[in-house]
Design a protein around this ligand. Structure first.
Ligand code: C5P
Length: 297
């Protein structure tokens, strides 16, 4: 028997970052949105843990670990430990979310693995327990379970759905060379600043106000990421040149996002950006559903 579960990428429409805590994490005030790039995770019972990965489209999977350090395997191990059982699974990941791109692809794999194994083995883990295990795996994993649009606090692991009356369109510009999240946070510490509020973004979402959203989206990590990787300034300039309404670094980068008015604009601007030398550009919409079952055979 095998089960396939789908989990979405996330972007942070507003990523407000406070001063580093004693535990090394940063307090966040963020608005997450799940967008229509997905990883599919297929699990089946096996004699040992194993993980394999295949790309969907242009995604470069070479940076994905294929041993027990893969976050999907760690998700399986935490789930079995939680239930006090000894079981193993083979985990196959079809990857549509850019790797090390600031879109929480690893977190999506962890969330999908939790849901898939819970179903495969009929563990009936409560939602609260799943969210707690997810938080242990990483700050973005609870949101990957939830999906939609949500306010994130704590270190990002505390998530509450927020009103979002829009259907938003994004052009997504991945970058072949990923970035390290801890490194970007260290550069943020050195620069100082941050603490941007999510209030403006939440107001714009609740009233489906496109101009309001374009004016309010912001990422407190963006200056730090651009300092580490000056080449990203060119990506941002190309997005502006193509005519997007607003630009935004996704999470800790390096993926850059452009907000556009509708699906037609998204496809036109995608072509313009491909012509400008960004072959991996994709179109995505949000919000979309969180982690969910897609196949059971
Ligand atoms: O929680 P997660 O494992 O995704 O975090 C990866 C790293 O990102 C952390 O070890 C930390 O360096 C940094 N981080 C942070 N503050 C957060 C989330 C992540 O400093 N709120």
């Amino acid at each position: 028997m095998s089960i396939t579960v789908r989990a979405p990428a996330k972007i942070n429409l507003l990523l407000g970052v406070g001063p580093v805590r004693e535990d090394g994490y940063h307090p966040l005030d963020t608005v997450y949105q799940a967008i229509s790039l997905y990883d599919d995770v297929t699990v089946s019972t096996s004699a040992t843990w194993s993980v394999s990965v295949e790309p969907i489209g242009e995604v470069d999977c070479s940076g994905v670990p294929l041993d027990d350090t893969n976050i999907a395997v760690r998700a399986g191990q935490l789930l079995t430990a939680h239930h006090g059982i000894t079981r193993f699974a083979s985990i196959g990941i079809s990857k549509g979310i850019p790797v090390a791109g600031g879109m929480a692809g690893g977190s999506a794999d962890a969330a999908a693995t939790l849901v898939a194994l819970d179903r495969l083995w009929d563990l009936q883990t409560s939602d609260d327990d799943l969210l707690a295990i997810a938080a242990e795996l990483g700050s973005d994993v609870p949101f990957a379970l939830l999906g939609g649009t949500a306010h994130g606090t704590g270190r990002g692991e505390l998530v509450e759905p927020v009103a979002d009356d829009g259907t938003w369109w994004w052009v997504v510009v991945p970058h072949p060379q990923g970035m390290s999240t801890p490194e970007v946070y260290r550069a943020f510490d050195a620069l100082g600043g941050g603490g941007t509020s999510t209030a403006g973004v939440r107001d714009a979402l609740a009233s489906a106000d496109l101009d309001g959203l374009a004016a309010a989206i912001h990422n407190d990590l963006q200056a730090a990421a651009l300092e580490l990787r000056a080449d990203l300034r060119g990506t941002e300039a190309d997005l502006r040149g193509a005519g997007v309404l607003a630009t935004l670094l996704s999470g800790s980068g390096p993926t850059f996002l452009g907000l556009v008015a509708d699906q037609d604009d998204a496809h036109h601007l995608r072509e313009a950006l491909i012509d400008a030398g960004h072959p991996g550009v994709v179109v995505a919409t949000g919000p979309v559903a969180g982690t969910h079952l897609v196949n059971y055979v």
